[in-house]
Design a protein around this ligand. Structure first.
Ligand code: HEM
Length: 441
């Protein structure tokens, strides 16, 4: 049984039956609120099969049951609250500095000296550098003129993984009997995982050997996320490799597409851009922002929320029911795969008046009791299986957008027409977004 509600269905139902419409968001809420202690998102058989074949562990995305719960309990203590990730502000800001320099280099290569072509290519490198800084406690050199070979190989493996997503992840497992006849998808799937695991292992091992050297010398061990995991050993080494691999995979395209859409929306709405800039200027007065400042920049937070409402990078989510449920009058037996469509609920007029409009200020709370209903737009999922990297992604996006606004007026290049979204698993821009970055006086 599939509960997939594309926009067109919603519209048809709105005309026919308003109470039915109200149910859509409530149905999603009902499913998510009914989940047990170890929710299951969907069929991860092909992911598990690869790991069994290579003697690898599962990570947070691919693990289920108690195995998942154990890893989740370790990681949630480290990165789930905004204040846990605020400590990474200086590291992320160092990456933002490189992003700004890269904008300047790229625009200088164009005739008008202001356009950056295909902005997602740049944000992809920023997101990869940013998330690796936090996860691996190291720089990868993605924003340099010449990207190191190892990072280039990782990028190729990541692209291969996303290009094979349609066949391997969304179609569930590739049937084994089909592989001798059509071997390419499974081969590519395995080879991209080989590349992703290899990369993570190199970085984890490097940090481990640095820690061991310090221990031998009797020096104090200081560090971030990876150091903590390696020192406490609440997970074994294979579990650390797997989680570092899956988190890096989950953290790059998601963040970069959202940044691409945010800057595109700002460029398309100069008056709103000016309002957000004025807030930034009023609060920071030109100072470099930190994670703590973000609490005082509601329009920057609204910008990211509104971007994810209009363009939720994961337009849908899944849950396998763990009990029999009755939802919207339907009996749904235990073990049913449900598809929950964020995109539909976030574009529903009942949940967000004038849903097609870009209005970051709709997220500003008038007082402590004022809450925008969170089931209308849940781009990071919900509950104990929600996105573990949410606070990391938000920190990267808030700091980058704030600094870009402080430095540049962002405009749409004449080479960019109306950009529509397309899905290739993730919701991404259908054509390259080219933007002009004009220095602010
Ligand atoms: C704009 C950025 C991002 C968006 C919109 C996003 C969205 C999501 C969503 C919708 C889920 C499924 C949640 C659920 O089933 O309820 C998820 C899971 C996950 N995300 Fe993210 N994500 C983002 C960035 C990141 C980053 C930066 C990381 C890593 C640092 C990350 C790591 C993960 C992991 C490991 C899971 C699986 C969690 C589990 O099963 O326990 N994500 N994400």
């Amino acid at each position: 049984m599939h509960l997939c509600l594309p926009n067109t269905d919603i519209r048809t139902q709105r005309q026919n039956n308003l109470s039915q419409l109200f149910w859509q968001k409530d149905m999603v809420a009902h499913v998510l609120r009914s989940e047990g202690v170890t929710p299951q998102r969907g069929n991860m058989e092909s992911w598990k099969e690869y790991r069994d074949m290579r003697g690898r562990s599962t990570g947070l995305i691919s693990a289920e049951g108690d195995e998942w719960l154990k890893m989740r309990s370790v990681l949630r203590q480290l990165v789930m609250r905004p204040r846990d990730v605020t400590v990474f502000s200086p590291d992320v800001n160092a990456v933002v500095d490189d992003l700004v320099e890269r904008v300047k280099t790229l625009r200088s290569q164009q005739d008008d000296r202001q356009t950056v072509l295909n902005i997602n290519d740049l944000f992809f490198k920023y997101a990869m550098e940013g998330v690796a800084t936090i996860l691996y406690e190291t720089r990868l050199g993605c924003l340099e003129n010449k990207i190191p070979k190892m990072s280039q190989e990782y990028i190729a493996a990541l692209h291969l993984m996303f290009s094979s997503f349609k066949t391997t992840m969304y179609a569930g497992a590739i049937p084994k009997w089909l592989r001798p006849i059509i071997p390419k998808p499974w081969k590519e799937f395995c080879s991209s995982w080989d590349g992703l695991f290899k990369f993570s292992q190199i970085h984890v091992d490097k940090r481990l050997s640095e820690i061991k050297k310090k221990m031998v010398k009797g020096e104090e061990i200081k560090g971030g996320l990876l150091t903590h995991m390696l020192v406490t050993r609440e997970m074994n080494l294979e579990e650390i490799y797997a989680n570092m691999t899956e988190m890096l995979l989950a953290g790059v395209d998601t963040t970069s597409f959202t940044l691409s859409w945010s800057t595109y929306l700002l460029a398309r709405h100069p008056i709103i851009q000016q309002e957000i800039f004025e807030e930034v200027d009023r609060v920071l007065g030109g100072r470099v922002p930190t994670g703590e400042d973000v609490a005082h920049l509601p329009l920057i937070r609204g910008l990211v929320k509104e971007t994810l409402r209009l363009f939720p990078v994961l337009p849908g989510n899944g849950r396998v029911t763990q009990d029999d449920l009755i939802i919207g009058g339907y009996f749904i037996p235990k073990g049913t795969q449900l598809a929950l469509c964020h995109y539909s609920t976030s574009m529903d007029e009942e949940n967000f008046p004038r849903p097609g409009e870009f209005r970051p200020d709709r997220w500003i709370r008038k007082d402590a009791s004022d809450r925008v209903d969170n089931f209308g737009s849940i781009p990071f999922g919900y509950g104990i299986r929600s996105c573990i990297g949410r606070r990391i992604a938000e920190l990267e996006m808030h700091l980058a957008l704030t600094q870009l606004l402080q430095k540049f007026h962002i405009e749409v290049s004449a080479q960019t027409t109306d950009v529509r979204a397309k899905t290739h698993g993730l919701l991404c821009p259908g054509v390259p977004i080219n933007l002009r970055f004009v220095d602010r006086k």
